[in-house]
Write a protein that binds this ligand. Structure first.
Ligand code: ADP
Ligand code: AMP
Length: 213
């Protein structure tokens, strides 16, 4: 099963992708997480990606596509994966499509998590992330058991640099311009499914399970 998560930054793609990955025993592949791990480890890739991420801009397609194709070529992705944050542009989607076609394969579901822009800025200010294991929380909606500490690995939680209000506004603009067209792209392929992302995360997940079967 190969799944693409669509939706604005902060719509809850990562939250749902992690639940899907656990339920269906497939890897959760997040290009944002891969970039953040590289930033944390001080790699050249991390340095390059950070210069774009901090401004709320997209990392160039060429670099992002290379990282993603390397990741999905790994053994654990053989039976499927859930992509979170990729593709984010039409050229990225085309490359993915071409590579899958070469393997006689395709994306089975593109799930668009719908949340209006008004809700997004508020949500992002409350997001807390664990850079060690990738877990995500929200100070009101999805709080960790102990404030500021990751439930899963005990590391300190952070407010992402790109979750500041001004940066979030730019990310939303970039989303509407560059990423939203992917809704039509996947609709045209007959694999688009829409879910309401404004309800409780567990309810969103129930609706996704009904789609995936
Ligand atoms: P994305 O991966 O789309 O950027 P996240 O999954 O990181 O989004 O979610 C953004 C923020 O909103 C996080 O703080 C997360 O805990 C919270 N969140 C996710 N889903 C919901 C929901 N259905 N209702 C309220 N808050 C949510
Ligand atoms: P995310 O964790 O998905 O919210 O991504 C955080 C940031 O990483 C984005 O704002 C971009 O700067 C960068 N990024 C992640 N995925 C991609 C992608 N597919 N294409 C370009 N940039 C990306």
């Amino acid at each position: 099963m190969k799944i693409v998560m669509l939706g604005a930054p902060g719509a809850g793609k990562g939250t749902q992708a992690k639940m899907i990955a656990e339920q269906y025993q497939i890897p959760h592949v997040s290009t944002g997480d891969i970039f953040r791990a590289n930033i944390k480890n001080g790699t050249d890739l991390g340095k390059e990606a950070k210069s774009y991420m901090d401004k709320g801009e997209l990392v160039p397609d060429e670099l992002t596509v290379r990282i993603l194709l390397d990741r999905v070529a790994q053994e654990d992705c053989k039976n499927g994966y859930v992509l979170d944050g990729f593709p984010r542009t039409i050229p990225q989607a085309n490359v993915l499509d071409e590579e899958l076609t070469k393997l006689g394969d395709k994306i089975d579901f593109a799930i668009n998590v719908e949340v209006p822009d008004e809700n997004i800025v508020k949500r992002m200010g409350g997001r807390r992330a664990c850079v060690a294991c990738g877990a995500t929380y929200h100070i009101e909606h999805v709080p960790p058991k102990k404030e500021g500490i990751c439930d899963k690995c005990g590391e300190a939680l952070i407010l992402r640099d790109d979750d500041k209000e001004e940066t979030v506004k730019n990310r939303l603009n970039v989303y509407h311009e560059m990423t939203q067209p992917l809704i039509d792209f996947y609709n045209g392929k007959g694999v688009l499914k829409e879910v309401d992302g404004t309800v409780d995360p567990s309810v969103v997940f129930e609706n996704i399970k009904k789609i995936l079967g």
